[in-house]
Design a protein around this ligand. Structure first.
Ligand code: TYM
Length: 330
């Protein structure tokens, strides 16, 4: 059986990188798979956070994901802290994962910061909790952006090592990473990924941005003085141009090759307004639906509660199997 699981942190707004890198695939996969999607609030507390804002941020991220096209009648949508199996399985898997494996995690190194006391232990073990999220549901496919590839490999390694030690209980998952926009970059710096934690709002397009704001951000996006090349090889060494062309291709459902076949020889003065138009057109229905859903928090809470009950019913027997396999007294 094929099952999809994926998660998103409730920090900041849903942005174009999340949408093109992951959420669009979340939506598309609903047609062919049993899907479970999670707002990962347990992960969100591994970095300093505002406890007064977390519950609303969780609700808002759920609203954004629903607005993007998740159908709660079919798909399970819930928040991680509402299903205790995630933390329980993560603890068990922490005795399987090796510190040498975690020491190699690039995202940890990027987020570690310079605090004298060091990062939280939770930030270090974050990828083990992520593995538990996926393995708790025997998920076979995990739609994510390219930045999560290493965490998915770790989840596979943990599953295989567990099975070798205790018998075939866990299902090693595989990542599903799109082609055109697996890594959407900052609009201000083509070498940094578009991110919720970038202090500059001009670096990203939020799915809550108004049409004017989107057009302004794209107009001011870093680019270069050359015209666009007529083939992808000409984007070599031009990360900002590569990024804007990649976004255009992803939003219009084509390839970088065909965007360049159309736009090769033209400059950014012409390309950026066209990119702004396709971006506004793609996001407008999501922005409108998000505003509608946010006005009805009771509806969001009901979706999340129902999702948590359905998710918990799937995860509980798997957790029991894991507990039996490691030998805990029933
Ligand atoms: P998070 O919240 O950082 O991002 C959610 C999803 O968006 C993708 N993404 C991007 N894709 C392309 N370009 C970008 N600039 C970009 N920025 C973000 C991410 O790859 C991700 O798919 N650790 C995860 C959350 C998580 C999870 C899981 C994911 C927790 N448990 C289990 C899958 C399965 C994270 O921090 O995603």
């Amino acid at each position: 059986m094929n099952r999809v699981f994926s998660g998103i942190q409730p920090t900041g707004n849903l942005h174009l990188g999340n949408y093109l890198g992951a959420i669009r695939n979340w939506v598309a996969m609903q047609a062919d798979y049993d899907c479970i999607y999670c707002i990962v609030d347990l992960h969100a507390i591994t970095m300093p956070h505002d406890p007064r804002a977390l519950a609303q941020a969780t609700r808002d991220m759920a609203a954004a994901v629903l607005a993007a096209g998740i159908d709660p009648a079919k798909t399970i949508l819930f928040h991680q802290s509402a299903v205790t199996a995630h933390a329980e399985l993560a603890w068990t898997l922490m005795s399987i994962a090796r510190t040498g494996w975690l020491d190699r995690m690039v995202q940890f190194k990027e987020k570690r910061g310079k605090d004298a006391e060091g990062p939280s232990v939770g930030l270090y073990t974050y990828p083990v909790l992520q593995a538990a999220d996926i393995l708790a549901y025997r998920a076979t496919h995990v739609p994510v952006g390219a930045d999560q590839k290493q965490h998915l490999e770790l989840a596979r390694d943990i599953a295989v090592k567990f099975n070798t030690a205790y018998g075939e209980v866990l299902t090693p998952p595989q990542p599903v990473i799109g082609a055109a926009a697996a890594r959407v970059m900052s609009l201000r710096d083509g070498s940094a990924k578009m991110s919720k934690s970038d202090p500059s709002a001009a670096s990203r397009i939020d799915l809550t941005d108004e049409a004017d704001t989107i057009a302004q951000k794209i107009k001011r996006a870093k680019s270069d003085a050359d015209v666009l090349p007529d083939s992808p090889a000409g984007l070599e060494g031009r990360p900002e141009a590569r990024n804007l062309v990649g976004i255009y291709a992803a939003l219009t459902g084509t390839t970088i090759e065909s965007v360049l076949a159309e736009w090769g020889g033209k400059g950014f003065g012409a390309f950026k307004p066209a990119l702004a138009d396709v971006t506004v057109a793609a996001l407008a229905p999501i922005v409108a639906e998000y505003a509608r859903l946010r006005a009805d928090p009771g509806q969001i809470d009901a979706v999340l509660r129902d999702g948590a009950a359905r998710a918990g019913a799937i995860a509980a027997p798997l957790l029991q199997e894991v507990y039996d396999a490691v030998g805990f007294l029933r």
